[in-house]
Ligand binder design. Sequence first.
Ligand code: ADP
Ligand code: MG
Length: 725
Amino acid sequence: VGTARAAAISAVTNYKPSAPPMNFQEEPTSELFNANVFSRAVMKKRLPKSVFKALCKTIDAGAKLDTSVADVVASAMKDWAIEKGATHYAHVFYPLTGFTAEKHDSFLSPDGTGGALAEFSGKQLIQGEPDGSSFPTGGIRVTFEARGYTVWDVTSPAYILENANGTTLCIPTAFVSWTGEALDKKTPVLRSMQALNTQAQRVLKLFGHTDGALVSSTAGPEQEYFLIDRNFFFARPDLLNAGRTLFGAKPPKGQEFDDHYFGAIPERVLAFMLEGEREMFKLGIPVKTRHNEVAPGQFEIAPMFEFANIATDHQQLVMTTLKRVAEKYGMTCITHEKPFAGVNGSGKHVNWSLGSASQGNMLDPGDTPHENAQFLLVCAAVIRAVHKFQGLLRAVVASAGNDHRLGANEAPPAIISIFLGDQLTDIFEQIKKGGANSSLPKGTLTVGVDVLPPLPKDAGDRNRTSPFAFTGNRFEFRAVGSNQSIAGPLVAMNTIVAESLDYCATKLEEATGGDASKLHGELQKLLTEIMNEHGAIVFNGDGYSQEWHDEAEKRGLLCLKTTADALPILEEPEVKELFEKYGVLSERELESRLETYLEQYVMSVNVEANLTLEMAKTLIFPAAIRYQAELASACANLKAVGYEFDTDTLDTMTALVKSLQDSIAELNSAMGKNGNECMKAESRHCCDEVLPAMLKVRAVADELEGIVADDLWPLPTYQEMLFIK
Ligand code: ADP
Ligand code: MG
C-alpha cells in the first residue's frame, strides 16, 4: 500500500489517547460556564458603579458608548486577565475571508529603568491598528491608504483564550478602513441589528408598546462537521489544501443504512466532544446538543440561541475550538460543505428570530395564532422580505464549497422558498381570502402505549427539504454552508426584515392616521395584500422533486444554481438601495464585498484545479501505469510459457490511462484560459469550464480506483477515512 496511506492506516490502528480522560466529578462542567469571560458579573464586581451602568446602557439599550469610561474598563480588564495568567491582549476581528483574525500585543512596556510595566490603556482597548493590508478588501483600501483600524465592540464580551502557546485576553472588535468603511463581517451585523430595532419599534408602537426595550435579532446556529483521523488528512493533499477530497470512489457501504445517524457516539469522538464543550463553556458559549449526523464521520453541535452579534462571534469560536480540540485527539475537524462526494454534505442551520426583554420572542405564535395580530404581521413581514429578496438570500450563502451541497438532493435546493407548516399555511390561506377566523388545533400526540406520556404536538411537521422553514417560534435558514460565517446571512435577514417592517409600519401609520381603533381592519387588509403578492414563496412540499423545480419556475421564483449565478445579485439596484437606505452597507462597501467574494470563489476553484492536476499527474497516473505494467508483464510472461492471458483488464486499464491523460490535457487547456481581468467573467469561466474539466479527471481517476491493485493505490480511500474510528 502506498507509503503515506500505509503509514496512516497503521497510525490509526495503533491510536492511543495522549491524555488521561478528564475527571468531570472533580471539575464539574457546570461550574466552568463563563469562567474565562469578562462577563457582566465580573464587570459588576470590578468596575465602579457608574461605569458599569454606562456599559450596560450600551449593551442592553444600544445607547451611544461613553468613551470616557474606557481607561477604567481597560485597567480592570487587564488586572482580571493578568490574574488569569494572560501576558498578551489581542483585538479579534472578522475579515471578509470568513475566518477569525487576531493581532497580539504584550501588556508589558519598558519602564525606562530596565524593568517592564504591565499597561493597558483605554485607547488600546478602544482602537487597534493591525497591519491587515493583506486581507481582501475588494478595492476599498488601496495600499497608499492602507490603514485599517480595529474598534472595540462593547456588546460582545472580552474573554481569555488558553492554549498551548499561552494565555491571551481577546477583545472582539470591528475592522474598518481609514475612511470608516467596513472591512469586516461584524460591522454590518451591528448596523443591521440597529436598523431592525428602529423599524421594529415603529411596529410595536402601533400595537401600543412604547417602552422602547431594544428589539434584537437572535440566532442559534447548528454546526455540522466531519471528523477524520489526522493521519488520513495529511495523506490527502486535497483535504489538506482544499478542505475537500477531489478524488475518491464511493465506498461499497455508504450511508444507505442510516446506521450512523443519531447512533452511539464513538469513544474517541465523545472524549473530543466533552473536552470541546468544556472549552466552549469556559468561553460562555451555551452549547447544548450534540449528535451523529447522517453521513459516516459526520457530527453536529448546537448552542442555545443568543443575540445575533454574540452568536456570530461565538460561532466563529465554535469552529476554531472544534478544530483545536480535534487535533488533541488525533483528528481533524473538517468544516467544508462537501468534503466527500456521494455522502451528505455539511450545513449550518441558522435559526433566526427577533424579540425584546418586554416582548419576548416576536415570532412566537401562541396557542391561537389567528388571533395574534402582532405575530401575524411580523410573520407576514418575513414572508414578504424573503420573497422580495430571495436572490439576496441565495447570494449570501454562495461559495465554492456550498455549491456542491445546495441542490444536491440532501441539502435544500438552490431555490429559496418558505415552509410554514399546516397550521400557519391554513391561517395565511384564510388571510388571502380576507381574514383568518380559526387556527387548526395543535392537539396532543398519543403513542398508544399507556406507560408513555402524551406529548403536546407541534403545530407542523418538519420538512427537511426546505431552505427556509418556520420551526415553531423562529425561522430556520438551512441553506447556509458549514464553513461560512453566519454574519452575511444574519445581515441579510435583519436588513430585509427591517425593510419589510418599515413598509408595514408606514402603510399602517398612514392608513390609521394614529387612530388605534382602525388598526385591526387596516392590518387585515395589509396582510391580505402581502399574502396575495408574496404568497408564492410559500411551499410545503418536497423541495427535492422535479415537480417543485417546474412549479417554482411557473411561480417566477429564482433558481440560482451556482455562486457565479448568485453573487451578481449583489449588484442589483434593489439590493444596493436596500443596504444603503438602512445604513448597513454603502454602495462602495457592497461593491467591495461582491469583488472579494467573486475573487474568493475564483481562487478556491483555481487551487482545486491545480491540485487536481498535480494529484492526477504525480499520484494517480503513476499508480495507474504501474498496475498497467504489472498486467502487461503478467501477460507477456504467460504468453512466453504458452498460456493465454485474458487481456480485458489490461485493455480497460490502457483505455483509462489514455482517458486520464486526455482529461488532464483538457483541464490544462481550460486553466490556460484563466486570467480575465473582470472577476465576474473569471467566475463564469471557473464555473462553466474549469469545474467540469476537473470533474472529468475525477471521473476517470475514480474508475481507476476500482481497478488498480489496492497495494498500489496511493490515496486513503473513502472507506478508510470515513469508517475507521
Ligand atoms: P433541530 O431540531 O433543528 O436540529 P436544535 O435543537 O439542534 O434543533 O437547534 C435549534 C436551534 O434553534 C438552537 O440553537 C436553538 O437555541 C435555536 N433557537 C430556539 N429559539 C430561537 C429563537 N427565538 N431565535 C433564534 N434561535 C432560536
Ligand atoms: Mg435544525
